[in-house]
Ligand binder design. Structure first.
Ligand code: EPZ
Length: 417
């Protein structure tokens, strides 16, 4: 098993281009299934989850080729409707294929995604919405069998919570459905807007993406296009924090600052100087980080749950007490016990983490328990005295393209072993 070995206390400085967004590339690849023709996605991050999505498309009868950061998908004659269980297990978010496969082929079989390292991951909202659109879904022995004998039709759907995945699945199912679908209390994440923009480019009729009410008017067919995946906002937050936690300076290029507003505000509160330009963000760190009061994770445009662990790592180094409340996932504080091994002073009470800043962190052997929590351990290792070894890094590799090369290019002493 590979590990990341970090010798900390190096000030990170330099310029870095942000990778394409994993959480946008996955629904976009699912959307390619709807297109009667060839689609080329560029700026696609080279990550294990993206390769798993490409393998799923292959199982569904699409022809795919990957070259550098571009993926070409030809879905002229999709002939499969079954997502193999091992691919469902490998990537929980493969549930986003359900809406697209149903919409294009009229039936879909996949296994229930089950829980993951963040706790239970129910899909009740996805199934409720698809049933409202005419899908007949049976669940048996962990398998989901879905069909729409007379095709999918538009529906008025009010989500009880603005779920990102459910909103994506509904948009995908609605793109070729008969009539109008209105999604109320829709997720407003930038990845939803990216999916809608891609589908619009392919001839879909969608309005309201980015707001809490999205309308999709079903069309007969979609045509291929070339589309560049949006920049990864959580990777951007990660590299900004790497500079902030080491008192360094970074220019992030290819980044969309407006997508990062709530996170940039926390960086500023902590004493960093942040300047944003049309396609770049400049951050200059401070030798004395300040505590930031209370941060609550919320659906977009609130503070992202995916950046919670990153902020926790940063605030271990502030001169005072900060509080983080995790409201989205039940079980997203696995990184805390590992940060404590490195000398952090953090107490978790239910959904709340109370972080008392400490002067120094110390290198230790720590283990990633999930993707963003693993990245937080790497960040702590950059600031810590001595050597930190992070194991189980396959979880980090799910979301970051060669994280060690990106950090080393900024002056970090980090190696994959
Ligand atoms: C997406 O997951 C992201 N994944 C997650 O990023 C991210 O943390 C999450 O959105 C929230 O922003 C991808 O885009 C691939 P949700 P998703 O449906 O769509 C509950 C990362 O680190 N819920 O918005 O699965 C659910 O349990 C990953 O890159 C239901 O109860 O998230 C959770 O508590 C991790 N029933 C909350 O809603 C449902 O049917 C938000 O989940 C669906 C969700």
């Amino acid at each position: 098993m590979q590990k990341l070995v970090i010798n900390g206390e190096k000030r990170l400085c330099g310029e870095l281009k942000v990778q394409g967004a994993k959480n946008s590339a996955l629904p976009l690849l699912a959307a390619c299934m709807l297109v009667n023709g060839e689609t080329r996605l560029t700026n696609c991050p080279r990550l294990s989850d993206v390769f798993a999505a490409v393998r799923i498309l292959g199982c569904l009868g699409c022809k795919c080729s990957v070259s550098g950061d571009s993926v070409t998908v030809s879905a002229q004659q999709p002939c499969g409707c079954c997502v193999p269980e091992e691919l469902m297990r490998e990537m929980r978010s493969s549930i986003v294929f359900l809406g697209a496969v149903l919409g294009r082929v009229g039936e879909c079989m996949l296994s229930f995604p089950g829980g993951c390292e963040l706790g239970p991951r129910p899909i009740d909202m996805h199934l409720f919405a698809l049933r409202k659109m005419g899908a007949v879904i049976t669940e048996q022995h962990g398998e989901l069998m879905c069909s729409c004998p007379v095709g999918l039709h538009g529906a008025d759907i009010t989500l009880p919570f603005p779920s990102v995945g459910a909103t994506e699945n509904i948009i995908l199912a609605a793109a070729l459905a008969d009539g109008d679908t209105i999604i109320k209390n829709a997720a407003r994440e930038p990845e939803i807007t990216d999916l809608a923009n891609f589908l619009l480019r392919c001839g879909a009729r969608i309005s309201g993406a980015g707001s809490d009410t999205i309308t999709v008017r079903g069309v007969q067919s979609l045509h291929g296009c070339e589309y560049s995946v949006m920049p990864d906002r959580i990777a951007a937050c990660t590299y900004l924090t790497a500079a902030a936690i080491t008192g360094g300076e970074i220019t992030l290029t290819g980044a969309e600052a407006s997508d990062l507003d709530s996170f940039l505000k926390v960086l500023e509160l902590s004493g960093c100087s942040v300047y944003t330009y049309s396609d770049r963000i400049f951050l200059s760190g401070t030798p004395t980080l300040r505590p930031v009061g209370m941060v609550r994770t919320m659906p977009y445009p609130g503070f992202p749950t995916d950046a919670q662990a990153l902020a926790t790592a940063l605030l271990t180094q502030a001169r005072g007490t900060s509080v983080i409340v995790e409201t989205i996932f039940e079980n997203r504080f696995h990184h805390v016990s590992e940060l404590v091994r490195m000398g952090a002073n953090i107490r978790v009470e239910g959904k709340v983490a109370i972080i008392e800043g400490v002067k120094d962190l110390y290198g230790a052997n720590v283990m990633a328990a999930d993707l963003r929590g693993g990245a937080a351990l790497v960040l702590a290792g950059l600031a810590a005295q001595g050597t930190t070894t992070v194991s189980n890094i396959r979880l980090i590799d799910r979301g970051y393209e060669e994280i060690e090369k990106a950090l080393a290019s900024l002056g970090a002493d980090i190696e994959r072993k």
